[in-house]
Design a protein around this ligand. Sequence first.
Ligand code: ADP
Ligand code: MG
Ligand code: MG
Length: 207
Amino acid sequence: MDAAFFTAWMTRTALGVAAARDELTRLDAAIGDADHGTNLDRGFTAVREALATPPATPREVLTTAGTTLIRKVGGASGPLYGTALRQMAARLPATAEVTLADLADALTAGADGVRRLGGAAEGDKTMVDALAPAARALAAAAGSGATTEEALDAALRAAEEGARATIPLQARKGRASYLGERSVGHMDPGAASTTLILAALRTACAE
Ligand code: ADP
Ligand code: MG
Ligand code: MG
């Protein structure tokens, strides 16, 4: 996997977020402040612009993308996703190509970074509920000799399941936690967007 692959991941994410913008905002309207779709659309549009001049390494792609999200997104999700991508970059070797095992290590570091910054554990009804199982599934698949496609499928399925599992939960972090029991019965918007980001990774792999 080279810089072009990681750039394709970010481009696919931008397209996926743009297409799902209203749906993400609708989810955030139910348990937040109705801006998750617009926040991420603004952020990933800026990421695409920042990557118009292609960086040389996967590490540079993710550093640029993460820094751009932190700069451009005012909501909680900007610093959280920005940190995830920057932590992923820091974990990757500074080479032109990285392996599936490198990617799995990096996603684990990204999930750890989000947990550290946001203070959320799994079950708190946040993006961590999709991201942490996805990282575990990717690491397990990479460690068991799966192909890249199989490993990314497994990560996507884990993210989808994690996002679905946020529906009956009561939020303990972020704006949704202000609603108490009224946060029950809705999917967490950040867990939904994490699923989109993992779907974009799977799509980039098929290109
Ligand atoms: P804001 O809540 O500032 O309006 P967004 O709507 O863009 O920001 O993002 C909300 C999402 O961010 C939530 O659905 C949740 O997944 C995630 N989030 C919020 N706070 C935290 C936290 N402390 N830890 C992890 N994720 C969080
Ligand atoms: Mg919001
Ligand atoms: Mg907001």
